[in-house]
Design a protein around this ligand. Structure first.
Ligand code: ADP
Ligand code: ZN
Ligand code: ZN
Length: 817
């Protein structure tokens, strides 16, 4: 028998292995296996089992099956295969992202002497005078040969000059390296139990100490880990050791199963649970009906900010659990998993697991297996948690479904929300997408009746939406004649909040001090050495930095192009706003939240915590401040330069701007106090800004939909981008031409299937991380056609020997930069 294994290599195929008799029983679909692959040992997943081996091809055997039961449930394997196929991603790379981190394996490098190496050893041994390097080589070759076995690479390092000799011999083909995986010894713990006499009866406790131990081990708890026994009874280590020696106590080693080693759950204070209002009840009633019907349904919960969507989510989870099914809750940011995890744990207790990439490996492994074993039945997580190994799924919830962070911007380039819908379909479950500003695609589906629309039209307890006012920066400049980033109106509004003791939140679209530096003499901006993008000035660090590749340089005194001394800095980022606020309001407590001040989710959480507790008066930050948070004392939200996104060459620029403004406006007035929002802009007439100010989602949607229809953009066409990239311009050009020839042929006349191919054109970011980039944009009224054409294009690239990493396909791209 043989099986198909998905391996974490960038190849769009699976690999066939023989299943040895001894492993046949455990080699099932979804099992993690260890296999030999090109001198390495890799961990893969069985995606198809028990196919008859073809005789004509010599096949290698599975080396090991790693888990007693399949790691991935069959439905999840099916989902992974769908993702690979739909997003044209290598199957193994998809599955790699679906498995828990591998902490139970260790890779060792081994070196073997080749025939050429043996020859060399004989030649060197026969020679009289040897150079120092040759002495080292000989020592190494001897070591490898004397033992007759491969030498572990870590031993080579201990020979004098060993590492250098090994490198040289490897290069000359005299040694061969391979990687072997070994299982780590499972961690164990020592368990202590009350001893038994030969006839199986409890040993009789004699002393006071023995009576105490007997009481605990025999009556109260049963066998206990050594350390815990000491803690509980207060008996000394030596006393227990002695009793084990006397067979009064029994003891053995037991593997430490990650799932049972869980640390004590943090105690959560239960948040106030609310009596649901009529809108919430109506929405929940519908959702419950869908879950009970066990038919695949997608619902869109369109609720304005502060309308109480979270309570509806909790109700949906409860409904699924009540049926003995499981639930998945996806949120767009790691920081929100902490919050949502706490809310869910307060409601559902220890059956809640939290999964995200920010967790330390051991913790992630533990949570993952808790889910897999069925112990955890509610999963809260970010994008990748859509692959959580839950079985019997009842509902999957995607909060803030419009968030771009659901899209993975590296291979596999999947969209977590769309995968959630597919998963719900495969499991006859309910997908519930929630948002105040649904994406164009989702709302369009709801309008067409493919998704069921549920609405929460007003805020809880009839709190008013915050009033939004537009500050026209052109007027402000005419009055003040200064290019102050904080307009007069916004300054006055902040001053008022400080006087009355409530809080303000300021959104600015960029971090750093200034967006870019320009030369007044030649007009050049200072660009990244690796990317075609202007560098951002960071004053605190005194550097110019690239936000794409991390390149940074000192601030030059003169223009690198023309040597003029007249460099000036344009655009105020978060760092500069913070500085301005401190100057304007020296007595106020100012905080800044962006990726410079909060590198880890914990720091982010701390800053938000300080703001929530009222230890910060004015918080300025990037879009990190805009989403999801529920602060009750924020009465002012200021948006500094609402326009920055509108200028981007991206068909979603208006949608993003509208959404960001609506979301951030939704942070004001969520408590008892009414809120006010000030939006600074140079384009008050732009529909994205005007409708956001009116908080009119429907009006924006209609207008934007009209534009999308005219331009053949989603949701009216399926879109894909093909990016060709290489560090050498001539390669990028040559390969783009080759692909262009293919597309021209494949879409000529009747063969087109309605697919239109635009490009190649330089990508908006024409150079990124030293690579030149050309882009094709494919639009198709039919999705299936698009998939077929892309697949054919990739096959063509393989035939023409265009390196796989030079061609990047993005199906349903979110960003076209
Ligand atoms: P959304 O996610 O829709 O913006 P949230 O779910 O964060 O809104 O709810 C906003 C606030 O309203 C929260 O503080 C929440 O505790 C509160 N809330 C939710 N439902 C009710 C209710 N029925 N009555 C009173 N307050 C509620
Ligand atoms: Zn210059
Ligand atoms: Zn760069």
């Amino acid at each position: 028998m043989s099986c198909e294994v998905a391996l974490p290599v960038p190849l769009r195929s699976t690999f066939t292995y023989l299943v040895p008799e001894s492993l046949a029983e455990r080699a099932v679909v979804g099992a993690r296996v260890l296999v030999p692959f090109r001198n390495r040992a890799l961990v893969g997943v069985i995606v198809e089992a028990a196919r008859r081996a073809r005789e004509d091809k010599p096949l290698k055997e599975l080396q090991d099956v790693l888990d007693p039961a399949a790691a991935l449930p069959p439905r999840v394997v099916e989902l992974g295969r769908w993702v690979a196929n739909y997003y044209l991603a290598p199957e193994g790379e998809v599955f790699r992202g679906m498995l828990p981190p591998q902490i139970d394996l260790r890779a060792d490098r081994e070196l073997r002497v080749t025939p050429a190496g043996a020859e060399r050893r004989r030649a060197l041994a026969a020679r009289g005078n040897r150079s120092e390097a040759e002495v080292d080589e000989l020592a190494l070759l001897r070591l490898a040969e004397i033992e007759g076995q491969p030498v572990r690479a870590d031993r080579v390092g201990k020979l004098p000059g060993g590492t250098r000799a090994a490198e040289s011999l490897l290069r000359r083909g005299m040694l061969e390296a391979r990687e072997v995986a070994r299982r780590r010894k499972p961690r164990t713990q020592r368990i202590v139990a009350w001893g038994r006499t030969a006839d199986g009866a409890d040993a009789i406790p004699g002393t006071e100490i023995e009576r105490r131990l007997h009481q605990v081990l025999s009556a109260e708890t049963g066998p206990l880990p050594f350390a815990e026994l000491l803690r509980r009874t207060g008996v000394s280590r030596t006393a227990v050791e002695r009793l084990i020696g006397n067979s009064i106590l029994a003891s053995w080693e037991e593997p430490l199963v990650p799932a049972t080693a869980a640390t004590a759950l943090e105690i959560d204070e239960a948040p106030p649970s609310h009596v649901l209002n009529a809108d919430q009840l109506a929405a929940l009633g519908e959702i419950r009906g869908w879950i009970e019907s066990r038919a695949f349904t997608v619902g869109l919960l369109h609720g304005v900010t502060g309308s109480g969507k979270t309570e509806v989510y909790l109700g949906a989870v409860e409904a699924a659990l009540a049926q003995g099914r499981t639930a998945l809750v996806l949120v767009p940011e790691i920081a929100l998993t902490l919050w949502m995890g706490r809310v869910c744990r307060a409601r559902f207790g220890a059956i809640v697991a939290v999964l995200h990439s920010g967790l330390p490996d051991v913790e992630r492994v533990r949570e993952w297996w808790r889910v897999r074993s069925g112990e955890a039945r509610v999963v809260v997580g970010t994008r990748s948690a859509v692959f959580a190994p839950l079985e019997n799924l009842g509902v999957v919830i995607v909060d803030e479904e419009q968030e771009p962070s659901y899209k993975q911007e590296e291979t596999p380039r999947y969209h977590g929300r769309d995968v959630a819908v597919v998963r719900a379909k495969m499991e006859s479950a309910v997908a519930l997408l929630g948002s105040a500003t649904p994406s164009m695609e989702t709302f369009h589906h709801a309008q067409k009746g493919r998704y069921r629309l549920l609405q929460l039209g007003s805020r809880v307890e009839n709190r008013p939406m915050a009033a939004v006012e537009i500050v026209d920066l052109r007027d402000d400049f005419r009055q003040s004649h200064s290019s102050e980033p904080i307009s007069g109106a916004l300054q006055a509004a902040i001053a008022r909040r400080l006087a009355e003791g409530t809080q303000s939140l300021l959104l600015v679209n960029r971090r750093g001090y200034s967006w870019y530096a320009l030369c007044r003499s030649c007009g050049a901006s200072l660009e990244c050495a690796n990317c075609s993008i202007a560098l951002t000035y960071h004053k605190g660090r005194g550097r110019l930095e690239c936000h794409y590749c991390g390149y940074s340089r000192a601030v030059p005194k003169t223009c690198p192009k023309c040597e003029s001394k007249h460099l000036y800095f344009v655009g105020a980022g978060a760092e500069q706003l913070e500085e301005r606020l401190k100057t304007l309001f020296p007595a106020a407590r100012i905080g800044r939240l962006d990726r410079d001040t909060a590198r880890q989710p914990r720091m982010w959480q701390q800053l938000l915590g300080a703001f929530a507790d009222g230890r910060i008066d004015v918080l300025v930050g990037t879009q990190m401040v805009a989403k999801g948070h529920d602060f009750h004392r924020v009465t002012l939200v200021g948006v500094v330069s609402a326009d920055t996104q509108l200028g981007l060459p991206d068909f979603r620029a208006a949608e993003r701007t509208f959404e960001l403004l609506t979301q951030v406006a939704g942070r004001a007035g969520r408590g008892e106090l009414p809120g006010q929002v000030l939006v600074e802009t140079y384009h008050p007439e732009h529909y994205a800004i005007a409708f956001a100010a009116q908080q009119d989602y429907l009006a924006f949607f209609e207008k934007e939909l009209h534009y999308r229809r005219m331009m053949h953009y989603p949701p009216f066409a399926a879109l894909a981008s093909v990016l060709v990239r290489d560090a050498r311009l001539e390669n990028a050009v040559k390969w783009s031409r080759e692909i262009e020839r293919f597309f021209t042929g494949a879409t000529a006349g009747a063969a087109s299937g309605g697919v239109r191919v635009l490009g190649p054109a330089p990508a908006p970011l024409a150079r990124l991380r030293k690579e030149f980039r050309f882009q094709f944009l494919l639009k198709s009224p039919k999705r299936a056609e698009l998939g077929r054409l892309l697949r054919a294009a990739l096959d063509h690239c393989t035939r023409k020997e265009i390196p796989q990493k030079a061609v990047m396909v993005d199906v349903d791209p979110l960003s076209l930069m």
